[in-house]
Design a protein around this ligand. Structure first.
Ligand code: NIG
Ligand code: FE
Length: 407
């Protein structure tokens, strides 16, 4: 058993472990002049440096702030092709929904992704995951959903499986958009063929459905998620991105792990989430890139809900390759305080993935942590356009090249 003691920590800042709701999201523990002991990949001890226990090894971090590793609970990091023509069209006034209804948007990414091999998908996704990692994301969820057919969905999940040898990933089967014809038979085949196969092969831990006018109805979403539950999957929803159709209420009724987007949610959806353990995941990159209203994250926290933040990294609605930037944008666009944003990106994001073993720097949690460039942790929420993260540790091991030179 090897112990490593990290010293030279100006501030060690952490939320309490487990999902934090409402005002508790602001209650961070801040230890000035701190030390952190890592033992067997877990946090062994944290406290004032003056009280630190002895250890086999010691690393002086040089007087910087340390926070938990970020968890990105919502990405579509595996895709082929690009959406640059869509981007230009949108800037000129064509809406995201119109592009999708015309057969472009998500459907164009599906055509490109279906034509790619697993090896090509892995090569395309690797630098995106590396960028998230460098930005401080120590655990990243990755969805399928660009498979035109079931074989392509399985290939996407196969790519995530391969990449999981290099990164800490949580794979989700996303049922994204229906075919233009025969949707009833498609939903039935999802329930009777795709979900059972993904369960048999152990390729995902949760099933997500895009519940929206241009995608699946509330009734279809219910059928798919009930089949998912039967096969032992956790459930998640994309809901209220453009229209509040009832997806949030369905998520709460089914006990989904999270319901994500919420840009069109109003007081009824806020009240439903405040009364539910389902995590409300907001995606500020979508607000920035599509010019949508911000999700009511401030109202959700004030009402007592558990709010998480994700990048939603994808080529169409959120080309955000930094979890730290998602954190910083949530402060600007959704009115979260820096403390709330840190809880949203750590313990609450972990809860959105059903993970209780990470996100807080307390004994027994995974030793996933970040050393910032700054002595003040608030630089994480303040900095835009540069990386405030100097080093990333996963399971107690430094994982970025910059860290290896620095410690
Ligand atoms: O979460 N809106 C639905 N799905 C993704 C976007 C996917 C895409 O545009 O390629 C999202 O925003
Ligand atoms: Fe998404």
């Amino acid at each position: 058993m090897t112990d490593t003691l990290y010293t030279g920590i100006s501030q060690l800042v952490t939320p309490r472990p487990g999902p934090q709701r409402g005002a508790a999201m602001r209650e961070l523990k801040v230890i000035e002049n701190a030390a952190l002991l890592v033992r067997d990949g877990q946090i062994g001890w944290v406290g004032p440096a003056a009280e630190a226990p002895r250890a086999d090894h010691e690393h002086d971090l040089g007087g910087v702030a340390v926070v938990p590793g970020l968890v990105d609970p919502h990405t579509h990091a595996v895709w082929a092709g690009d959406r640059l023509a869509d981007f230009e069209a949108r800037v000129e006034g064509v809406s995201y929904e119109t592009i999708l209804a015309r057969g472009g948007g998500i459907r164009s990414t599906m055509r490109a992704t279906a034509a790619a091999s697993v090896a090509e998908l892995v090569a395309l996704a690797r630098p995106r995951l590396q960028a998230l990692w460098d930005s401080g994301a120590t655990t990243v969820e990755v969805k399928s959903g660009y498979g035109l057919d079931f074989g392509a969905e399985i290939r996407m999940l196969g790519a995530v499986h391969e990449l999981a040898a290099e990164f800490t990933l949580v794979p989700t089967l996303l049922i994204h958009v229906p075919p233009t014809e025969g949707r009833e038979a498609y939903v039935q085949a999802i329930c009777e063929e795709l979900i059972p196969e993904v369960a048999r092969e152990g390729l995902a831990t949760a099933v997500d459905v895009f519940c929206e006018k241009e995608a699946f109805s509330v009734a279809e979403t219910r059928v798919i998620l009930e089949a998912a539950r039967t096969h032992g999957f956790a459930t998640k929803l994309h809901a209220d991105q453009f229209h509040a159709l009832g997806g949030v209420e369905l998520a709460c009724e089914l006990g989904a792990l999270s319901v994500d987007h919420l840009e069109a949610s109003g007081p009824a959806q806020v009240a439903a989430l405040a009364a539910s353990p389902t995590v409300a995941t907001v995606l500020p990159g979508v607000t920035l890139h599509l010019g949508l209203p911000a999700a009511p994250a401030r109202a959700l926290i004030d009402a007592g809900a558990c709010v998480a933040v994700g990048t939603d990294l994808n080529p169409g609605s959120s080309p955000v390759f930094s979890s730290g930037l998602a954190l910083a944008l949530t402060v600007r666009l959704c009115g979260l305080t820096p403390a709330e944003a840190l809880s949203a990106c750590t313990v609450n994001a972990a809860a959105a993935l059903g993970l209780g073993d990470r996100g807080a720097l307390v004994p027994g949690q995974r030793a996933d942590f970040l050393a910032l460039h700054s002595a003040d942790w608030r630089d994480l929420a303040y900095t835009l356009g540069a990386n405030p993260v100097r080093g990333v540790w996963m399971g107690g091991a430094p994982v970025t090249p910059s860290v290896q030179g620095a410690v």
